[in-house]
Design a protein around this ligand. Structure first.
Ligand code: PLP
Length: 394
């Protein structure tokens, strides 16, 4: 199997599993318990907080564990608007956020908040000037993702953070695709809240965190016990937290090496596809791009058909369409770039890890050439397109 869907989830690293195992067995204590078995678990949780805080230039008490990126996004948005409601009800976000943010915004709209969904350019970049122009006296929150999960475009987060700070507006970023992949400094980037997730960086599933700058008066999201300083109730997922810490240590230790290797593989794959498969379009920014992200649209083919045929050749990838109630909806991200529906439907996302090799990518390119060729050969639209004078080898 060739796994090229690392933006969807990653393999839990062996050292992460090893670090977690004792917390299922001999170290099974509840961190809230007074006896030493409990305090050992509490110590592990606090140590993980220190490690993760240090990784983003934050303080231990600014890290709150959650059940993943979705919960962190929900908490950040819902709690921030509730806390700052007396100042206004306007939120600024973008059209290309993950559904964890977009659907939360839609929920908030139904509760009377007004949302500005910023456009992006054809490469997926948010324009900081347009963002500044969208600020109103009643704007209370800006939420812009650090990098997009589909097209890999990395947003100008530092510039956006500086604008938010200058206007005294809270700034949240969804860094789920970024934490553990590229360095983050919440101070330098003026980030007030940041969401991250374990399973996108070789940690376990079902664990993530929300960074909340100290001084922000965000209420509890989940009510119950006094865990997480009364802000997120529920017995801590100690094995998950320990696993997230181990994944953080691992990621930081190999950050540069991993990024260099993935960037090289990414650019190799992009170059070969562009050269060898006619009528394709690279989606996302060419250089302001996550190291492992490759996203193409192929004219006159369906992304879903490519996926099925690649799967038969042992390749795991992803497409830019989502299946909702049996119908395929083209990706909102690709539509926001200005792609037509049929272009968005013909898209394929390949997301690499440092474990992939050039040989694997060579196999993938050959498989893709064959697949796209076969699908186009069955397409009357493609036949017509060629007949009308398009050169097939362009
Ligand atoms: N935000 C982004 C950008 C993501 O890519 C994802 C996962 O696909 C999430 C949020 C949700 O994270 P989780 O799966 O940990 O809930």
């Amino acid at each position: 199997m060739i796994y090229l869907d690392n933006a969807a989830t990653t393999k839990t690293a062996p050292e992460v599993v090893e670090a977690m195992l004792p917390y299922f067995s001999e170290q099974f204590g509840n961190p809230s318990a007074i006896y030493s078995l409990g305090s050992a678990a509490k110590k592990a949780v606090n140590r993980a907080k220190r490690t993760i805080a240090a990784a983003i230039g934050a303080k231990q008490e600014e890290i709150y564990f959650t059940a993943g990126g979705t919960e962190a996004d929900n908490w950040a948005l819902k709690a921030a608007v509730e806390a700052y409601e007396s100042r206004g009800k306007h939120i600024i976000t973008t059209k290309i956020e993950h559904h964890a943010v977009l659907h939360t915004c839609e929920y908030l709209e139904r509760r009377g908040y007004e949302i500005t969904y910023l456009d992006v350019d054809s490469e997926g970049l948010v324009d900081p000037e347009a963002l500044e122009a969208a600020i109103r006296p009643d704007t209370i929150l800006i939420s812009v993702m650090f990098a997009n999960n589909e097209i890999g475009t990395i947003e100008p987060i530092g510039e956006i953070g500086a604008i938010a700070k200058e206007h005294g507006i809270l700034f949240h970023t969804d860094a789920v695709q970024v934490f553990g992949q590229i360095p983050i400094d919440v101070e330098g980037l003026h980030i007030d809240m940041l969401s991250a997730s374990g399973h996108k960086m070789n940690g376990p599933k079902g664990i993530g965190f929300l960074y909340i700058r100290s001084g922000l008066k965000l209420r509890s999201f989940i009510h119950g016990g006094a865990q997480e300083r009364n802000r997120r109730a529920g017995t801590e997922n100690v094995p998950g937290i320990v696993g997230l810490e181990a994944a953080t240590v691992r990621a930081l230790g190999m950050l540069e090496e991993k990024s260099a290797k993935e960037t090289e593989l990414r650019d190799y794959l992009i170059e070969r596809i562009e050269k060898e498969i006619p009528y394709c379009r690279l989606n996302g920014h060419r250089t302001k791009r996550l190291p492992g992200n490759v996203n193409f649209s192929f004219l006159y083919v369906e992304g879903e058909s490519i996926l099925i045929m690649l799967d038969m050749k042992g390749i795991c990838a992803s497409s830019g369409s989502a299946c909702t109630s049996g119908a395929l909806d083209p990706s909102h991200v690709l539509l926001a770039l200005g792609l037509k529906h049929e272009e968005a439907h013909g898209s394929l996302r390949l997301t690499l890890s440092e474990e992939n090799t050039k040989e694997e990518l060579d196999y993938v390119v050959e498989a893709l050439k064959e697949t796209v060729g076969k699908l186009r050969a069955m397409s009357p639209l493609y036949e017509d397109f060629i007949r009308k004078g398009a050169e097939p080898d362009k």
